[in-house]
Design a protein around this ligand. Structure first.
Ligand SMILES: [Zn+2]
Length: 553
């Protein structure tokens, strides 16, 4: 396979010469040992990592810890040095588990309190067994502070000791500004996590998000099931602003709140759709009580490093090793019911892919300029906690990371022409990926559903938030297998029937070709990022460009 690439490389050189492109492709014998990336090896790692014996790899369980030990052992075998704490491969992540008691209450102004689950769902950012909080309710539109769009929904209001009432999603673009808040794409300003973070930064005591099915793109039952019961977080660090109350209210409850204050919710909303809308203090008090069971656990991130000639800077690959564990036995289960969430695709496949990439990089004939880090995260499924912890304790300073390549699930449905890299277009990584794709007769596909905000939903995202240029591998659409329709059907079958189910197991009809191609692509891309003369950076209009701009100002 090595020689095949050599010949392909020659063709590329000729094409590049004809096109007058300035960038010289790295000759195959200087870069990663791409022929080290093989389907049989992917399968071998996958076999172990998705075995029933690992019991679904939940964080802080025997199965999860076994997966972490296996990954550390593999990194050691490949010659990666320990990149964790105290000379180990492990970075211990503290996880706070809290279970909200259904006795949760919320009242606002005069009138009946709102009913838990029916009208309101919520939890607390404060990690203690009982939290009482409240204050005057202030309507703050979309709750966004975005200097790059000249937009501030909190202008002129002091939120200290107050409760923000906030619309979900981001403001609509206008005819004059079609790219305002990303046009039809969802920006991070539209995500619920952002709304709570910003309200906390403003010093608010609590926040109430107004749920509507259209603006959230999912129904109230999703709010009920996702944000009641057990919630996970990393410990609050001293001095970090937190909300005593993080809640969602139904549209009906929000209308009721406005009415109790003598206001009309639709009229308030209308003023918030255009720039310059002002926060509106409603003059009525909210008060809430959250009773919760709080428990501390720890689970390790696994970190290895292949030192470069300039070890002050790095490139980092991420893939989560945790999955959903096992479910409790239910009445009516057959004796042999499968209760183990093996997470073969999600994310044993990504782990195996990153191990193959690690091998090809470790066996390159030379060391790259910047160091290559591998981070296998814990607790991704509980809310990106392992990567959030890493972003807060990033081993090298946040500004020293040239880029992050995240892999959460591989394509096992056959080869494709396109490779979809979520977020690539947000930074100069996009151009590097496009050049590489052109050399390989492939294309970098666009985010198939920019309105769904997938960029905000895996481990690269906490790294993006601290300014690290990041991208994440996603599913292709242009299969080049013998039967593209069958490939597509296989992908759909996984999404509809196996994703986050006990049936996410190794399948006999998997085709590893696409995954092998993608891993070769991402090994080469990481190598180029490690050797790029200039540090990659976000486009200036990107929200994520700000942390680094602020750091250098
Ligand atoms: Zn995943």
């Amino acid at each position: 396979m090595r020689t095949t690439y050599g010949i392909a490389g020659l063709n590329v050189l000729m094409i590049v010469a004809i096109l007058g492109c300035q960038e010289r492709p790295v000759p195959a014998d200087e870069g990663p040992a791409l022929d080290e990336i093989r389907g049989e090896q992917l399968a071998a790692h996958l076999q172990f990592l998705s075995d029933d014996l690992l019991e679904g790899r939940a964080p802080s369980t025997r199965g999860g810890d076994l997966a972490a030990r296996y990954l550390a052992a593999q990194l050691a075998l490949l010659g990666f040095e320990p990149g964790g704490e105290n000379g180990t491969y492990f970075q211990q992540v503290a996880i706070v588990e809290s279970v909200v008691d259904p006795s949760f209450t919320l009242s606002a102004g005069t009138g009946a309190p709102f009913r838990y689950l029916e009208d309101v769902v919520g939890f607390s950012g404060v990690q203690s067994p009982q939290v009482r909080t409240g204050g005057e309710i202030v309507f703050v539109g979309h709750g966004i502070v975005a200097p790059e769009f000249n937009w501030n929904d909190y202008a002129g209001v002091d939120m200290k000791g107050k409760v923000a009432l906030i619309m979900v999603n981001d403001p609509p673009a206008s005819a004059e500004e079609p790219q305002l808040f990303g046009g039809p794409a969802l920006t991070y300003y539209g995500r619920w996590t952002y709304k709570f973070e910003e309200a906390a930064r403003q010093g608010a005591a609590g926040a109430l998000l107004i749920h509507t099915d259209e603006s959230a793109t999912y129904g109230w039952q999703v709010v009920q099931s996702s944000w009641s019961g057990t919630q996970y977080s990393i410990p609050v660090v001293p001095g970090q602003p937190v909300l005593g109350l993080r809640a969602w209210v139904t549209d009906r409850a929000a209308r009721d709140i406005a009415k109790r204050a003598g206001q009309d919710l639709d009229a308030l909303r209308q003023t918030a759709l255009v720039r310059g809308g002002k926060p509106v203090p409603l003059g009525i008090q909210a008060s809430a009580t959250v009773v919760q069971k709080v428990q501390q656990k720890t689970s390790p991130n696994v970190i290895g490093v292949l030192k470069g000639t300039n070890p002050q800077q790095g490139v980092i690959y991420t893939a989560h090793y945790d999955h959903l564990g096992m479910r409790e036995a239910q009445r009516g289960d057959p004796a042999d019911a499968d209760r183990i969430f093996n997470g073969a695709i999600d994310n044993s496949s990504g782990l195996s892919g990153v191990l193959e990439i690690a091998q090809s990089l470790a066996r390159a004939p030379a060391r790259p300029e910047r160091s290559i880090y591998i981070l296998f995260t814990t607790a991704e499924e509980s809310g990106l906690l392992g990567s959030e912890y890493f972003a807060a304790h990033p081993v090298l300073p946040a500004g020293a990371w040239a880029g992050n390549i995240n892999i959460d699930s591989l394509n096992m449905a056959g080869p494709s022409r396109d490779i979809v890299l979520l977020g690539a277009e947000r930074s100069t990584l996009g151009e590097m990926a496009r050049d590489l794709a052109a050399e390989r007769m492939r294309v970098v596909g666009p985010d198939p559903a920019p309105g769904n905000g997938y960029f905000f939903r895996s481990d690269h995202f906490p790294l993006a938030k601290v300014g690290i240029p990041a991208l994440s591998l996603s599913d292709p659409v242009e299969y080049t297998s013998a039967d593209p329709a069958a490939s597509k059907a296989m992908k759909d079958e996984y999404e509809n029937k196996r994703y986050h189910q006990a049936g996410d197991e190794i399948q006999p009809n998997w085709d590893y070709t696409g995954a092998v191609n993608d891993m070769k692509f991402l090994a080469e891309l990481g190598w180029r990022i490690a050797n790029a003369p200039e540090m990659p950076r976000y486009n200036e209009t990107e929200q994520f460009a700000r942390p680094r701009q602020n750091a250098t100002n």
